[in-house]
Design a protein around this ligand. Sequence first.
Ligand code: APR
Length: 168
Amino acid sequence: MGTTIRAWQGDITTLAVDAIVNAANSSLLGGGGVDGAIHRAAGPELRAHCAGLGGCPTGEARITPGFRLPARHVIHTVGPVWRGGQDGEAAALAACYRNSLQLAAAHALRTLALPAISCGAYGFPLQEAARIAVTECRAAAERYPSLEEIVLVAFDPQLKATLDDALA
Ligand code: APR
């Protein structure tokens, strides 16, 4: 059957998938944007659990339980801050997707939803981020047959259109 990769517009915290990916910061102790939404929905146990992980470098990923979320797990990844594109930002963003997908496969997770990592506070240009996301998801679908569904989540119509274009 292979892996389904699709774009969906809405709030990632509502998805009852095996894991949702969080666009975190290196402390893993929460923040604004999707990080804030995920921590609010998961409840205080998430932050308490993350406090024991010792942070996460940019480009890497860490898995935790989902606690009060409908998702079973949260995979936290730290995207690059966009500094104009000459500072290894594209490679770091690709690593976020690659490491998050690898961690999901390592835990035999079948369904996964990912937000537009770095496209909010971290300022990464949407079109290039969408291209990177689709490229890494397609590579992971080839590498990990256990992945059944990958959902790229847009929080607004512009990003949804950008993701649909990248998937076309
Ligand atoms: N569901 C899905 N997507 C969301 C949600 C949500 N509930 N809330 C926000 N988004 C989208 C934003 O619209 C954006 O497209 O997630 C994308 C990522 O934006 P940010 O959350 O700002 O993440 P990022 O750009 O990676 O910046 C990370 O912001 O919140 C802090 O602690 C976080 O320091 C870190 C930084």
